[in-house]
Design a protein around this ligand. Sequence first.
Ligand code: CTP
Length: 409
Amino acid sequence: MKLNDKNILLGVCGGIAAYKIPLLIRLLKKQGANVRVVVTRAATRFVTELTLSTLSQEPVCQDIFPDGSSTDEWTRHIAIGEWADAYVIAPATANTIAKLAAGICDDMLSASFITLRPNKPKLLFPAMDGEMFESASVQRNLSWLSEQGCIVVNPESGQLASGQCGTGRMPEPETITDVIEQAVTITQNDSVLRGKSVVITAGPTREKIDDVRFISNYSSGKMGFALAKAAAAKGAEVTLITGPVHLHTPEGVTRLNVESSEEMQNAVREHHTSCDIFIGAAAVADYRPVEAISGKFRKEHETMEISLVKNPDILAGFSEQKKAHQLAIGFSLETAGNLDHAKAKLKQKKLDLIAYNTFDGKTSGFEVDTNMLTLIDNSLSIQELPLLSKQKAAEKMLDAIEKLLNSSK
Ligand code: CTP
């Protein structure tokens, strides 16, 4: 039984394909899965709660606040999300897809979509009229959800409920079961990163001029945080050493806040021996004032000079002392066409992998949500990634790190 004791949360929306769901539940149960069903209000027009609860042997949930909600009922959207090993939404209608993409959570189905633990697969089986499926908004929402890591299984072509032919049919329950089994097995399969200690630096550093002023840069920390989230999702024990940023700590990640490059370096040093993989994603200020002025500097002169001294390279410092089993990964932020600089930096800093990060000030680089990376490993093999969300780019980087770990086994 391929799904033995796996907890499958099944979200059913209001589409005609919902008539296939009772059969899907039976197949999942046959494979040993525990199945709980959440429905939208519209879904109950197509398939009854009685049928779904009888087959799943569990009560069906719809409202976040059911009539006469008791204390444990109103937090059920959290409990259900935490319970699930996979969340399958079938059929996924255009309306629910839009809600999920926008983060709306006004019913049990959409709220538990958000509370699902980050390393658990989310599978969407869109089913609707062909023209609806091809519409710009549905395609935009699906591609956004897929960029966030959802597995979107495109509908099949054939005769639709409208009598017309087109692409919009939900796959048969047997096919859906196969896809769920695959997704759950892949996530179950231990990533080589599981249990590995990953230390990541992120964000800018602040180098004090006096007690109220500092030198810094525009780094938002988004790339480092995306890496932390992706590494935690693969089961790594992640320590995120971050300069001042306005970002939430990803679930399961230990965060250490630092301000200056010196503090960042000390925090990295403390983790040096225990760390298996070090990723330098921080934009460490290159220089700091030789001496910070104590108190507040007063503007008494027309000009002022600040003597700066180069900061130690935290990443190069790690590489210098790294043991054979440890990996050092870095970034090289360059304007386009400077791949050779990145290759030189890989050698200079004795890295195992470098992400050549083209900076264009608009879609790639600081502050924005997307990034264009070229990954170069220590054998100088090159993987050019397209413009991706930082989260997706982070996942691709971790795939490359997994490859390095597998090849060094
Ligand atoms: N890095 C670091 N400590 C520093 C400077 C950089 O750990 N003091 C790390 C960054 O986290 C990043 C990589 O080194 O992984 C960037 O290297 P750097 O030489 O600073 O590259 P650029 O910023 O691209 O600088 P430049 O081209 O000016 O040398």
